[in-house]
Ligand binder design. Structure first.
Ligand code: ATP
Length: 290
């Protein structure tokens, strides 16, 4: 399912003395099946864009088209239930929204609320717990008796249980240790690849954007200033710095290697594995320093 923002403007507390403009003329296409990363420094408008993706916020200018629903500024949008089911958002610290007595009930809550039969909702919960690498015993436990990492997975299962067409991730690994972060990010990537799930990642991590995304949008001062594929975006270090972003670590390491050895690796490495491979190939080929 595609999402298209056309010339979107958004002001918080519009027409009040506290009015605050957050977005100006944002046009952004999230193609069906893509993995789109939205990056930008603090306050650039990422979270505000994110909340337009399932109409939690409605544009004060322009329009947002989510699948076959068009939400236009100044036009009352009714019945957004379908949109909310189709676009699932994993907010930062989603475990704060767990509430039910057992993990099973918590995961089933959303689907039941949308009229999914009990048996099917339960089947989804069992399947998701397994897919997310949790032991089946957690289903009967209180979510509040689990570890932080497990709670995070249960909350994610609750979003996935709605079987969304688009999964939106807002810094989904905030507060986890490096291993937990990697596991969760790899899991989202697997879902994206195996189920063709359209994924949108809002992140401060250039490393995650470079590793996982196939489409990158840069936000700056409330505008979407650049979109493109990751190799083009991340090889333009000057442009990144103009928007107050650091290039991903692998690219910084690559530049150090090139400066120290005089060997030019050519294409930029978006992952550590790619960097190791590029260095190995250059050394094996006996590429000379320039
Ligand atoms: N509820 C709100 N009321 C008023 N202004 C807000 C509100 N939420 C955000 N803003 C302002 O809107 C602008 C964009 O904020 P937004 O949270 O979308 O940026 P962000 O890129 O997600 O930032 P961060 O990386 O810090 O999460 C900022 O100037 C911010 O101060």
């Amino acid at each position: 399912m595609d999402i298209l923002l056309q010339e979107v403007g958004y002001s918080y507390a519009k027409d009040t003395p506290f009015e605050k403009r957050a977005l100006t003329d944002v046009s952004l296409h999230i193609p069906s099946g893509s993995y789109t990363a939205i990056i930008g420094h603090t306050g650039s408008g990422k979270s505000t864009v994110l909340q337009h993706l399932n109409a939690l916020l409605k544009p004060t200018e322009g329009s947002v088209t989510i699948g076959d629903r068009k939400i236009e500024a100044g036009v009352k949008a009714k019945n957004l239930r379908d949109v909310r089911r189709q676009v699932g958002i994993v907010f930062q610290f989603p475990e704060q929204q767990l509430f039910d007595e057992t993990v099973l009930k918590d995961i089933m809550f959303g689907p039941l609320n949308y009229g999914v039969p009990e048996e099917e909702a339960s089947r989804r919960a069992h399947e998701l717990v397994e897919q997310l690498g949790l032991p089946a015993e957690v289903l009967t436990k209180s979510p509040f008796d689990l570890s932080g990492g497990q709670m995070r997975r249960v909350a994610i299962a609750g979003v996935l249980a709605m079987e969304p067409d688009v999964l939106v991730l807002d810094e989904p690994t905030a507060g986890l240790d490096p291993r937990g972060r990697r596991e969760i990010m790899d899991l989202f990537y697997r879902l994206h690849i195996e189920k063709g799930l359209t994924t949108v990642l809002v992140t401060h991590s250039m490393e995650d954007a470079a590793r996982y995304a196939d489409n990158v949008a840069i936000m700056h001062n409330g505008r979407c200033v650049v979109t493109g594929e990751p190799t083009a975006i991340f090889s333009n270090e000057e442009q990144l710095r103009d928007y107050r972003l650091e290039p991903p670590r692998t690219i910084r390491l690559q530049r150090k290697f090139e400066a120290k050895t005089g060997i030019q690796l050519g294409v930029v490495s978006l992952t550590e594995e790619a960097l190791a491979q590029n260095i190995a190939s250059a050394l094996l080929e006996g590429r000379d320093s320039e």
